[in-house]
Ligand binder design. Structure first.
Ligand code: NAD
Length: 270
């Protein structure tokens, strides 16, 4: 018997934030397993570069421009994708990140955190990073009675990390929304799960983890010290989780789960 549990050929997979480090790595993985991948984001240069990389590796991909914070922009993108490639059956929502003004400085005062910064982080991670994509692409998945939605939450959504309170709370909300949607759509053919990465150097957190000379920042060093595997993760180490959750045959009875990929960070206390 052919072992095709993880075969994604025939699937159309949209990776929102596929222009970034983790989203890009997951786009590579989905394409490697046969999906036709849509790298969706705002930066066409980075999107085109990712598409070239996927094609060079023998996969199929296109770039689609859209803003995850704008429902109309997402709906327009969805319609263009469905017309060009057919219905979307896999959605990875990987737009997100923290912002400097929402990070409490060392010795800083939680009471001084601005509402604008708080709202900005919630808008990016919860609204653009999960809610709107699930609404827009979920609608067509429900019509097809087939879909796998994978929200990129964070280990910070399970353990509130020091200083990045808004980001941690927003990611906790992403995990909660994932569980809500899983139950809501469980009998309608659409599975909804989350992946919670630990610490992976990317654009949005590089300055937090490294000094300018490339050595670990104080916080980067603390994180490594608390990670049983004693290192940061690399984007390709999310491949197994995303392909498994995307593959309808491999994870057909899995919904509402949060898969943690963090080198053991969340399993230990000091
Ligand atoms: N890197 C980590 O250590 C880590 C850990 C846990 C969770 N995450 C999460 O993983 C996801 C990917 O982050 P990353 O670390 O690869 O960062 P990244 O900055 O490399 O990628 C994020 C991408 O999202 C895009 N994006 C942002 N706003 C957008 C919008 N409105 N519309 C469309 N695209 C938009 C950015 O342009 C960027 O390409 C985020 O949700 C992040 O919170 C990252």
């Amino acid at each position: 018997m052919k072992n095709d549990l993880f075969d994604l050929s025939g699937e159309v997979a949209v990776v929102i934030g596929g222009t970034g480090v983790l989203g890009g790595g997951m786009a590579d993985a989905l394409a490697a397993y046969g999906a036709q991948v849509v790298v969706l984001g705002r930066n066409s240069e980075r999107g085109a570069a990712r598409v070239r990389d996927i094609e060079a590796a023998g996969g199929r991909a296109i770039f689609q421009s859209a803003d995850a914070m704008d429902r109309d922009s997402l709906a327009e993108a969805r319609d263009q994708i469905c017309n060009a490639l057919g219905p979307v059956s896999i959605l990875v929502s990987a737009a997100g990140g923290n912002r400097p003004d929402a990070t409490i400085p060392p010795g800083g005062d939680f009471c001084k955190l601005s509402k604008e910064a708080w709202n900005g982080v919630f808008d990016l991670n919860l609204v653009g990073g999960s809610l709107l994509p699930a609404q827009v692409f979920g609608e067509t998945m429900l019509q097809q009675k087939k879909g796998s939605i994978i929200n990129i939450a964070s280990m910070a959504g399970m353990i509130p990390l020091s200083r990045v309170v808004a980001y941690s709370a927003a990611k906790a909300a992403v995990i909660n929304l994932t569980m809500f949607l899983a139950r809501e759509w469980a009998t309608r053919g659409v599975r909804v799960n989350a992946i919670s990465p630990g610490f992976f150097p990317a654009e949005q957190n590089r300055a937090l983890l490294y000094k300018e000379d490339g050595s670990y920042s104080e916080r980067g060093g603390q994180i490594i010290g608390h990670t049983p595997m004693a290192r940061f993760g690399q984007a390709h180490e999310l491949s197994g989780a995303v392909v498994w959750l995307a593959a309808h045959r491999a994870s057909s009875f899995v919904t509402g789960q949060n898969i943690v990929v963090d080198g053991g960070f969340s399993s230990t206390t000091i």
